[in-house]
Design a protein around this ligand. Structure first.
Ligand code: NDP
Ligand code: ZN
Length: 177
């Protein structure tokens, strides 16, 4: 049953991210982010595809915890693994190279990965719109908006609701798209 599979993902991801916090002043538990990304997909973008919602819940586990792709495939299947793979940066590369690759790779992602990436960017840019992260300058947040818009450029034509919400944020922050 779909709901059982989804709850299993939430439990898996919550355990993996258990000691992590977001970069905001309140140090919100990290798991709020993947749950929020899945919520954007389900409630704002009208997505009900199970694999897409599972991948949203799991999207930062390989990048930010000890989780392996093999573990994800074994527990949640190959489709979910492939979506997570498509949205995961190669951590062996230097940070700026990883950010450059995200821009380059966005248009080549599979359609389900494009949905997860759009929701991820929307969630993070909403966070930045609310509050500058701990240790960041306003300029750094503005650079993130500029970079985010370049990634989103490669994801266009995927979901009109999320793209409209992103465009409003870009406009508010003076980013020309
Ligand atoms: P990071 O990649 O270090 O941080 C952004 C990531 O942190 C997000 O993608 C998100 O990832 C996660 N995150 C956690 N909490 C929050 C939150 N409250 N709000 C938003 N994101 C959160 O940032 P960058 O390196 O991209 O820095 C932004 C820009 O600043 C870059 O374009 C870079 O050029 C520049 N820069 C400036 C530096 C400086 O010291 N001036 C140093 C490094 C970069 P997730 O979805 O995985 O949770
Ligand atoms: Zn994320």
């Amino acid at each position: 049953m779909d709901l059982v599979e989804l709850v299993d993902c939430v439990d898996f991801s919550a355990k993996k991210h258990t000691n992590q916090r977001r970069k905001n002043a309140a140090e919100t538990p990290y798991i709020n982010h993947p749950i929020g990304v899945a919520r954007i997909l389900a409630k704002e973008a009208g997505v009900s595809d199970l694999a897409t919602l599972q991948a949203a819940i799991l999207h930062d586990t390989v990048e930010d915890t000890d989780t392996t792709f093999e573990e994800i495939e074994k527990q949640f299947g190959k489709e979910v693994r492939d979506i997570v793979d498509d949205v995961t940066d190669d951590k062996s590369l230097p940070k700026m190279e990883r950010k450059r690759r995200q821009i380059e790779h966005a248009s080549h992602c599979c359609p389900k990965a494009k949905l997860v990436k759009l929701a991820d960017k929307l969630y993070n840019l909403r966070d930045l719109d609310q509050e500058i992260p701990r240790g960041w300058t306003k300029e750094r947040a503005q650079e993130y908006f500029q970079w985010g818009s370049q990634v989103v450029q490669g994801l266009r034509g995927t979901n009109k609701e999320m793209e409209a919400s992103l465009d409003k944020l870009f406009k508010k922050h003076g980013v020309v798209t």
